[in-house]
Design a protein around this ligand. Sequence first.
Ligand code: SF4
Ligand code: FE2
Length: 622
Amino acid sequence: SNIYEKNTITEDGQLMLKKAEKDQIETVWDRYQAQLPQCGYCEMGLSCRVCNMGPCRVDPFGEGPQKGVCGADADIIVARNLGRMIAAGAAAHSDHGRDLVEVLENVAEGNAPGYAITDVEKLKQVALDYGINIDEKAPLRIAGELAHAMQGDYGTRKKELTLVKRAPKKRRELWRNAGIMPRGIDRETSEMMHRTHMGVDNGWQSLLLHALRNALSDGWGGSLIATEVSDILFGTPKPTPNTVNIGVLKEDEVNIVVHGHNPVVSEMILQACQEPDLLRMAKEKGAKGINLAGLCCTGSELLMRHGIPVAGNHLMTELVIATGAVEMMLVDYQCIMPSLGTVASCYHTRMISTSDKARFPGMEHREFHPDNSRELARELIREAIENYEQRGQVYIPVEPVQSVGGFSVEAIISALGGTPAPLLEAIKAGKIRGVAGVVGCNNPKIRHDHGHVTLTQRLIENDILVVDTGCAAIATAKAGLKMADAIRYAGPGLKEVCGALGIPPVLHMGSCVDNVRILILASALADALGCDISDLPVAGSAPEWYSEKAVSIGTYFVASGVYTVLGPMPPITGSMNVVKLLTEGLNDVVGAAFAVEPDPEKAALLIRRHIESKRRALGLDA
Ligand code: SF4
Ligand code: FE2
């Protein structure tokens, strides 16, 4: 096998890597190689840069220093570093949620032309959750009050976040008793930064407990608000066919690619791409049309709600540009490699950054705000069409793969006929053994998409329903596991159930903030069974994770009672105390823990074993 096959399992990835090499494009894999060997202290979490008496490091072999200048030992340093990773991840998701709340507020005030309340039903439901009186109120008025109430969840005026009420009662009591009930979204992140300042919280256990609370403020706070407000503004997803991989780019159309996370910009770009005068202009320039494609999570947002094609996941983002077929790429924030501008400089692709808080070298900054979004989107699409004539040679080496996406919890329940009961019956009868969430990123430390695809194949073969999000969801779609006839890859029970419902055995539940949809689904199953989430035959996994956001997600899964298997090892091995607490001790605190297993074949065994033991404990196979 060659280097391309070692880096990625995907055909489009291998062919594009070859093309990139020919074009002398440096990729994430090249830069990873150049970094090897990576710092062993940092890999183990044993280096500290928290204060200026340092930087310090603790010697893992017990020969050199065992304490930083301040006196912090390995346990403290590792716990502090992990805590700060979670704070950064929770901040990213929650700030994304806040941007949506601001759009909602602007819509209510009439300051956001082009945006609207699309799902009034959901607006009312969420408003009721917030205790807002909706009787005889116009949707815009409810929207304004809801935005205001949600802003309250970000601050310090609450004792408990509003939407934790959607978690099973037993879970909420457990959080209260353990002292990890999240109070304010920003508060928990801010407190984590405080606690990890030199000379504050030096109890590695208390730090890690607060880390759970911080992550819960993401999962049951910022991310959940992001998902709910996105549904309110842009519609709650329903099952929709779509296509994926680099083959979704079109040789004879103007290709526009959106990359990042927040649907606020990409939804406006989508609207502009469909406007008749711009389509006419594209045709005048000799193109057959305007083709919009997504990358990463903003791609999944559009795929979920509109069936817009996705060109690739995280590790494909540089290679998409190397097709030479992209007239314009627009980015918002998160997971956008700062190398993209350099790659684009070798082609005609115009790179546009759109968020006031995210700049990138080699990109042109055109800032989107709720009041100028519609006009700016039109202006940029016009410029992208102009750029079509600058195209050089184009290389789009594969055909796209068909898939089905759009499985919000509402869509799943409606596919089941209005209640979760049929799913529960199938689980009780053992036709479906359990449910696994496969989520997270790509990471050049793991063969691209190998973790996601192999793990998912093994799980569905063994009658475990897989729900996925983020880059994992794009990986399994590209591998054909979400095609209409993908049930042929499932075990007999899962095949029967999915076949009867007309759904694939792997359900695309959305972007990374949409991991909360998995929490809500798990809560619905737990409520229907009268148990806690930790009693269910469910598991989570992040086989190729790389980001701080993924650490926060994994942590709120575990704190919500979901056993979670990580692929790459987080930087914690410098403290066996921390490792033991996260992989064993947490069982006594939250009824779930982490495992780490980079080999997806073995990870599948861990998940199957866990699901079977939960089935036994529930007496399902008695
Ligand atoms: Fe060193 Fe302590 Fe400062 Fe960290 S906080 S850099 S261990 S002195
Ligand atoms: Fe993401």
